[in-house]
Design a protein around this ligand. Structure first.
Ligand SMILES: NC(=O)c1ccc[n+]([C@@H]2O[C@H](COP(=O)([O-])OP(=O)(O)OC[C@H]3O[C@@H](n4cnc5c(N)ncnc54)[C@H](O)[C@@H]3O)[C@@H](O)[C@H]2O)c1
Length: 420
């Protein structure tokens, strides 16, 4: 039987297989879950649509879900993040339907989401809530089939909570991002390393001695700021939350508004989940040669409309670098078209960190499949024991042992009678 698909190039499959296997070496927790799924088949016969970045790590998750019995269809969660060799391997070697082509235009991006929904999913898996959005806007006829879903990222969780608060959410969703073993590691260490990797691969500029402006000091921003500092940059943080701003100050960074950072920064990175964080006035104030990258979920963080309006011409000067010639003669550089730079210009997060994120996704899919009937149309978090189990497995795989509470210590920590 042919596997339904729309991908770039089937002949890339052998390369994709090698890279998927390479990633799997660094994903011991997901491998353990896969072994159990092969035995227990917790997702037997369940139709699933997964809208994720089509990377080597996602391939290992897709194989795990398939081995657990799911009838899976995969589409991309970003037009620029698909690794075409991985898409080919999933279709040709692992028999998993994929609808994703790197560089697809907006219409194709949405056509692929629709194709991934054609088998009437009972579970959805999102990274940025685009499948949920399409189901609720264009394919409401499919909603009654859907028992539940999972959501990977901060921006998706914010959108879904807003829908639930409006009474608009059609089925229960597990917010994978809220697990400690997800955001503490993926958003911080994953985004920290892969964002710098994307900037370096795109530009090959020396980071040491540069002034790097990091917009947003959330989980992702903390990671990028610390990695940029580690490479020798002077880091400036911009924030709107006074507590996060204070934390950045005490972590040793300079903190100021974007309007003050704009004229001094050499490299700008946005990681806020917000829109127009670098706005028209900031673009007007930037110095000649400034480089801008976004690593937040959507390409809304840099005001691209204003950038185009202020420029008299653009040209692609390197694979992921567009030069904008400003009317006043300055040149500004935009990486990866303002989309997630770590995926557009590099390979996304390293597998070792996606091991935990996707362990949460696999266990989240199992949990929602088992519990959907009891749940309301709300956003849920995975039970804390799941987080602890994933962390314990990861430590074990890394060969790290820790202490355990003695009975005396357990008593001491739960009593109010014992003092000095
Ligand atoms: N690149 C990736 O692979 C990747 C990975 C995980 C998350 N994300 C995305 O990155 C974004 C940030 O995620 P997070 O987990 O760090 O979120 P977070 O909520 O922990 O942090 C976002 C921070 O941005 C700040 N902020 C909001 N508007 C701002 C503005 N105008 N100027 C300055 N600061 C502002 C907020 O106060 C907050 O501290 C989201 O869109 C998320 O989906 C990307």
């Amino acid at each position: 039987m042919t596997v339904p698909n729309d991908i770039a190039n089937h002949s890339l499959a052998p390369e994709g297989v090698k890279r998927i296997e390479w990633a799997n070496r660094e994903m011991p927790v997901l491998s353990l879950i896969r072994e159990r799924f092969q035995r227990e088949k917790p997702l037997q016969g369940i139709r699933m649509t997964a809208c994720l970045h089509v990377t080597t790590e996602t391939a290992n998750l897709a194989i795990t879900l398939r081995d657990g019995g799911a009838e899976l269809r995969v589409c991309a969660s970003n037009p620029l993040s698909t690794q075409d060799d991985v898409a080919a391997a999933l279709v040709n070697e692992y028999g998993i339907p994929v609808f994703a082509i790197c560089g697809e235009d907006n219409d194709t991006y949405y056509k692929h989401i629709h194709q991934a929904l054609e088998h009437r999913p009972q579970l959805t898996m999102d990274d940025g809530a685009d499948v949920v959005a399409v189901l609720h806007k264009d394919r409401r006829d499919l909603l009654p089939n859907v028992a539940g879903g999972t959501e990977e990222t901060t921006t998706g969780v914010i959108r879904l909570r807003a829908m639930a608060a409006d009474g608009a959410l059609g089925y229960p969703i597990v917010a994978i991002n809220e697990a400690d073993t997800k955001h503490l590691f993926d958003n911080r260490y994953g985004t920290g390393q892969s964002t710098m990797d994307g900037i370096i691969r795109a530009t090959n500029v020396l980071i040491a001695g540069k002034i790097v402006v990091v917009a947003g000091y959330g989980w992702c921003g903390r990671g990028v700021a610390s990695r940029a500092r580690g490479l020798g940059a002077q880091v400036i943080v911009t924030e709107v939350d006074p507590i996060k701003a204070l934390e950045a100050v005490m972590d040793g960074y300079r903190v100021m508004p974007m309007s003050e950072a704009a004229p001094i920064g050499d490299i700008f990175v946005t990681l806020t989940g917000d829109c127009n964080v670098i706005d028209r006035d900031d673009l007007e104030g930037m110095k000649d040669g400034a480089i801008m990258a976004n690593s937040g979920h959507f390409d809304s963080e840099i005001n691209l409309k204003a950038l185009r309006a202020l420029s008299e011409g653009t040209r692609r000067v390197r694979e992921s670098v567009d030069e904008y010639r400003m009317q006043d003669g300055r040149k500004l550089y935009l990486l990866g078209e303002g989309r997630l730079v770590n995926l557009a210009a590099a390979e996304g997060h390293p597998a070792a960190v996606m091991d935990m994120s996707f362990a949460n996704q696999a266990l989240g899919a199992e949990w929602i499949a088992q519990n959907a009937k009891k749940l309301e149309k709300k956003v849920y978090e995975l039970p804390h024991e799941v987080d602890e189990e994933i962390a314990a497995l990861k430590l074990k795989a890394m060969g790290v042992s820790i202490d355990y509470l003695t009975e005396e210590q357990q008593r001491y920590l739960t009593s109010w009678q014992e003092g000095t």
